[in-house]
Design a protein around this ligand. Structure first.
Ligand code: GDP
Length: 459
């Protein structure tokens, strides 16, 4: 029982010149359209070929040959969308791929909306919503950790965890409702006590998932990092070392506001999004360097603060102010300029603040490897294995988990206050619905449309 629909088509590869381009079609007409525009060596129509086969030939519009292609046939339901799907691999020029798309549209397909292939996969039950969302995350992954965790989600890791909780909830809700309908045969007195054990267990499960949410965001988006330190401590020098290292890949990310820029740096698979680097990197030309005030502003939103201390000079007021500011935050202290004779030591700083400390020299580029290792320890507790760990990386999922958690807490309140049993079921069902919104089982059409509209074209 599928979701019946017209035939959609899109270019699934990037719109730049490349080796190959892929035009994809999905829907009831996909095979009959390809029959009319494909010409191979054999007379046989592609629609009578076996599923999951590849065919060499030409795309033609009546007599005109458009390109030499490979055509992949995937018959529903064994395709990404669950529908009959045809993929045309052509030469990767922008013009030629567009021309092929135009041809399939001319013969009856319609241009797909962004994410429409994945939306159909969801509507046809090929994957749940958390898996579909993982598809975008895989595409957008910026580092190894993000990719691994998205691939786990794609395999249905989140859904599995959610299903366990939902099954528990629905079982007990059904039991209570049945008992209330048939009090003569089903005993429900004292059920609250039993239910509380189940609710507590599921509260714990939800909490464990929620606990991964912040790590999850860090993995997906990178660690929001702010570099602080008094003027001349060596912030811009450090930045330049990090950016200049061969291992660093640098891209500019436009921030949410115009003047906050982030620079993404990859250190051994860890992404640091260093905020306000525009300011830091230009600092050498500015009379007033990025100071404590600006840092304060950014530090509030940061996952990590890197505090650069000029170890060749005594601490001053600026330093004391920064130390106060970062006391309760995730921070790493870098004692810079250790190539010079130093007056600040780790021991001395330790009497003032307890944070990981590393001696570096931005000038001589020493200590950077240790910085990377410390970062790894801080955020991934050494070497995280993703095999059995599910990370919540999606804000929507986090919100739903929180709602479910609150509803289950209400069930516990009702049990404690000895409320009638039908009170339990109302909140149990709220939790059930909230969790179902993660997998897409209880979700409105508008939200589904909104989620898939964030996909890229052709996916
Ligand atoms: P910022 O104001 O914190 O961004 O500091 P800069 O990176 O502009 O550095 C201030 C000055 O300290 C510059 O002249 C740098 O060359 C120098 N400097 C930075 N790091 C080191 C270091 O590790 N050793 C030495 N000897 N000088 C450094």
């Amino acid at each position: 029982m599928g979701y019946k629909s017209d035939t959609i088509a899109a270019i699934s590869t990037a719109m730049t010149t490349s080796g190959i381009g892929i035009v994809r079609m999905s829907g009831e007409e996909a095979f009959s359209i390809i029959d009319r525009i494909y010409r191979g060596k054999k007379e046989k129509k592609l629609s009578s070929e076996k599923s999951h086969t590849i065919h060499y030939g030409y795309i033609v519009d009546e007599e005109a040959e458009i390109d030499e292609v490979l055509v992949l046939l995937m018959r529903g339901p064994h395709s990404y969308t669950g529908e009959d799907t045809v993929e045309i691999d052509c030469h990767g020029g922008v013009y030629v791929t567009k021309k092929i798309l135009e041809t399939v549209i001319k013969y009856g397909a319609r241009p797909a909306e962004p994410g429409e292939f994945s939306k159909r996969a969801f509507l046809n039950g090929r994957m749940d919503l958390s898996q579909a969302e993982a598809v975008i995350d895989v595409i957008n992954s910026k580092n190894e950790y993000a990719l691994k965790s998205s691939v786990e989600q794609l395999k249905g890791a989140v859904k599995k965890k959610i299903d366990v909780i939902r099954n528990d909830i629905i079982y007990h809700t059904a039991f209570i409702e049945t008992a209330l309908d048939d009090p003569e045969h089903i005993e429900i007195d004292g059920y609250g006590k039993k239910l509380k054990v189940v609710v507590d267990e599921n509260l714990l499960r939800i909490k464990q998932l929620l606990d991964t949410a912040d790590d999850g965001r860090v993995m997906r988006e990178g660690i929001k990092t702010v570099i602080v330190g008094k003027p001349n401590a060596g912030k811009s020098s450090l930045m330049n070392v990090l950016v200049g290292e061969e291992r660093a890949i640098v891209t500019d990310i436009a921030g949410t506001t115009r003047d906050v820029l982030e620079e993404n740096i990859q250190l051994q698979g860890i992404s640091l999004n260093i905020m306000d680097t525009a300011g830091i990197r230009q600092a050498e030309d500015l009379v007033e360097k990025i100071g404590v005030d600006k840092a304060k502003l950014n530090a509030g939103q940061a996952d990590l603060i890197i505090y650069v201390v000029d170890a060749s000079l005594p601490l001053d007021e600026n330093d004391y102010e920064i130390i106060e500011m970062i006391k309760d935050k995730n921070a790493i202290i870098l004692l810079n300029k250790t190539d010079l004779s130093t007056v600040i030591t780790k021991q001395m700083l330790k009497t003032k603040i307890e944070k990981p400390m590393i001696e570096i020299s931005a000038k001589e580029e020493t200590g950077i490897h240790e910085l990377e290792n410390t970062l790894k320890d801080m955020f991934y507790h050494g070497n995280v294995s993703f095999n059995d760990q599910v990370y919540i990386t999606n804000i929507r999922h986090k919100t739903a988990l929180k709602a479910a958690y609150e509803s289950l807490m209400k069930v516990n309140d009702s049990i404690e206050n000895q409320m009638p049993e039908d009170f339990f079921t109302i909140d149990l069902m709220d939790a059930y619905e909230a969790l179902g919104s993660i997998t897409g089982e209880t979700i409105g059409e508008d939200l589904v449309n909104e989620i898939f509209s964030k996909f890229c074209m052709g996916k």
